[in-house]
Design a protein around this ligand. Structure first.
Ligand code: COI
Length: 361
């Protein structure tokens, strides 16, 4: 038993590292050797521990499985290009968002500072798993679910927090071209007063059928619209969405139905710091269509932890195609992609203090 930051660590006997193909990292195909576990019972989170990654024993009546009392996060640890130091990007924001998601799902939230400490501990143990190439990272996935076996629809009295790590490349790297997106005007992701702002499992399960249908029609992604009229942009399947119209960049406001993305917030901050007008407001498909028709829709791009910043070619909405201008060397999406990854890999000054180092003796 070795110790890291007061958390007991049981090391794996046979590491999977040598069998992992670091030359062609996808997203979520490979996992590191260890996971962090922690249990909630009797009113507190207790016994955080790092152990070899293996299947969990779960009560078949676990409330998290039956009624979706389950929340998660996603954040990345990067290697510095020049100095090889390990960098976490705004882990405090993920920890705060996890607490907000817990609150919406009646799950007792771990203290955000405590959670960041646990993330740091797992990253320290899994340091060798952080890939070195620009754009690659160790993706950390904390997840909490209700483990109490019961059939009443009520908040559980036992939970497990499990945190796994996966060396990843880019989420959409396989496409190598701007995405073709379908605006979903039949299914709805979130309605006012629902769970849209929480990172909860059900929000993602609900995307599968529309995404599958869109993929079978040749699209790469869907764009969710508002639940009332299906007339306003909300967010894409796995990322927030941005539109550059003339000299302004617009992203849908945090109305309670979309995810408050950490990358979304970072993109808004960078744009403002570059002197670009960046606005969070409601934006209709009619406005986007009009902008595209007058050639004022210069760019569409998505932004998220997994996706980073990814250009969108066009959005099909009902019977018309909302097409952005072709990407160029001056595209904001490209500048944002380079800048964010530059900060994350230590090539660009971190003037916003977004980086937390994890130094290992
Ligand atoms: C992330 O960007 O970290 C996400 O959680 C999206 C995902 C479900 C792949």
């Amino acid at each position: 038993m070795a110790k890291t930051s007061n958390i007991p660590v049981t090391l794996i006997e046979q590491s999977a590292y040598a069998e992992t193909d670091f030359d062609s990292l996808g997203f979520g195909d490979a996992f590191s050797d260890h996971m962090l576990l922690c249990d909630w019972a009797d009113g507190e989170w207790k016994s955080p521990r790092i152990v070899p990654r293996k299947p969990l024993k779960v009560d078949p009546a676990a409330l998290g499985l039956h009624y979706g009392q389950s929340v998660f996060e996603g954040l990345k640890a990067y290697r510095g290009t020049g100095d090889n130091r390990i960098r976490l990007f705004r882990p405090d924001r993920n920890a705060q968002r996890l607490a907000a998601s817990c609150n919406r799902l009646c799950i007792p939230a771990p203290d955000p500072a405590q959670l960041v400490d646990w993330i740091r501990s797992l990253v320290a143990v899994e340091a060798k798993w952080i890939p070195a190439q620009f754009g690659e990272a160790l993706y950390i996935r904390p997840m909490i679910f209700a483990t109490e076996g019961h059939l009443a629809v009520r908040p559980a009295n036992r939970y497990t927090l499990v945190m796994v790590a996966a060396p990843v490349g880019q989420y959409f790297a396989q496409y190598g071209r701007p995405l073709r997106v379908k605006a979903e005007d039949r299914y709805t992701r979130a309605a006012s007063g629902g769970t849209g702002a929480a990172k909860t499992a059900g929000n993602y399960g609900a995307t599968l059928k529309p995404m599958f249908e869109a993929a079978s029609e040749g699209f790469d992604q869907i764009l969710w619209l508002d639940g009332d009229e299906h007339a306003y942009a909300e967010e894409a399947g796995q990322m927030n969405i941005f539109f550059r119209i003339g000299d302004e960049v617009i992203t849908p406001e945090l109305s309670g139905t979309i995810l408050p993305g950490v990358t979304r917030d970072s993109v808004l901050s960078l744009l403002k710091q570059w002197g670009i007008k960046a606005t969070a407001r409601r934006i209709s498909m009619a406005e986007l269509r009009k902008a595209a028709e007058s050639e004022g829709l210069l760019e569409i791009f998505g932004a998220g932890t997994a996706a980073v910043v990814v250009p969108v070619d066009s959005i099909q909405y009902q019977d018309f195609d909302i097409r952005a201008c072709p990407p160029s060397a001056n595209s904001l999406s490209q500048r944002l992609f380079q800048s964010l990854l530059g900060i994350q890999h230590g090539q660009v000054d971190d003037t916003n203090n977004w980086i937390q180092f994890v130094d290992i003796e």
